[in-house]
Write a protein that binds this ligand. Sequence first.
Ligand code: UD1
Length: 355
Amino acid sequence: MYKILTIVGARPQFIKAAAISHVIRGKYADSICEDILHTGQHYDDTMSGRFFCELDIPLPKYNLGVGSSSHGAQTAAMLKGIEEVLLSTHYDGVLVYGDTNSTLAGALAAAKLHVPVYHVEAGLRSFNRDMPEEINRVVTDHVSSLLFAPTQTAMQNLRNEGFKEDNVVLSGDVMLDNALHYSSLPTTHYPLPTDFILATIHRDFNTDHPERIKNILSALNRIAEQYNTKILFPIHPRTRKQLETFNIHLSPLTFHLVEPLSYLETLGALQQAHLVLTDSGGLQKEAYFCGKPCVILRPETEWVEIVDAGAAQLADADPSRILDAANHLWGFKPSPPTDFGDGHSAEKIIEKILL
Ligand code: UD1
């Protein structure tokens, strides 16, 4: 029996891990078993606990409870805790997801102990080293034994960095597996406004700069006014804190402010939203998978396929670009995605690991 340790810590990783965990406990239950380690990077119930229940993932065997701190302190605490687990229990491999500090810590701790690292969502590049996530991605890829690239662009990025074809697999995107699976189930009922745009902001380069956050919010206000609609605004704890720090108030006449949505609530909201505006990588894709257009509140994106398909536009934090993009995309219905696999990425990943 192959024994794998899945390392998660931040909200998007619980969602990605669900796809693979279901496959491990289903079709491959006789050949592979999984323990889950939660670093504790996210800890509020709305950011963590509720996903395990909603997505039916086993509760973590280990929870390091590292909480929030500076990048160095947080990553160091994770490294120490993960190393202790890997030294006390034998695992044949470690699975890490995406590009958070938990991904980096999991990959580094395992690689140094010569435990094979499997990176799901490998090869993504924004080519912007100001993003902590870009550093996490690059380092994680370079210490991984098997790299699972979700798209051809990710494959090409890895080829350009000299990776051997043997170590790199075009797996497709486990988030598409999830979107296809969960959209076919009844959506979670959630009190939504009758007519709305869905917006989220959580990236440090937006939340930590008052000018950028104010610019984005003023553009959102203008769009809501122009289309006589509301902004459904699930708020990340970091964003809530920064709005308080900068003394920014959101008018309830325009902003329908709610706690971070669960995964099923997000899918439900996407089905009804006119448009999505976000700086989240995950929500960009979820919008695309649900056939909704998206304004990307960043200067660049790793998910270039969505922009190339005409389903999203980059607008950074520039109010006139945000408005132009919203006007351009309003009413547009993106075609189903073709560049993110066939909805069976999780199976491909486990088959390759077991080869
Ligand atoms: C992290 C990831 C980011 C991912 C995002 C998803 C890194 C470097 N960034 O960003 O790639 O898109 O998760 O949400 O790993 N906080 C709480 N409660 C929580 C979690 C966070 O209050 O449960 C607050 C704390 O003030 C914390 C801040 O949010 O300092 C930021 O949290 P952190 O995990 O450092 O980064 P995210 O912005 O969530």
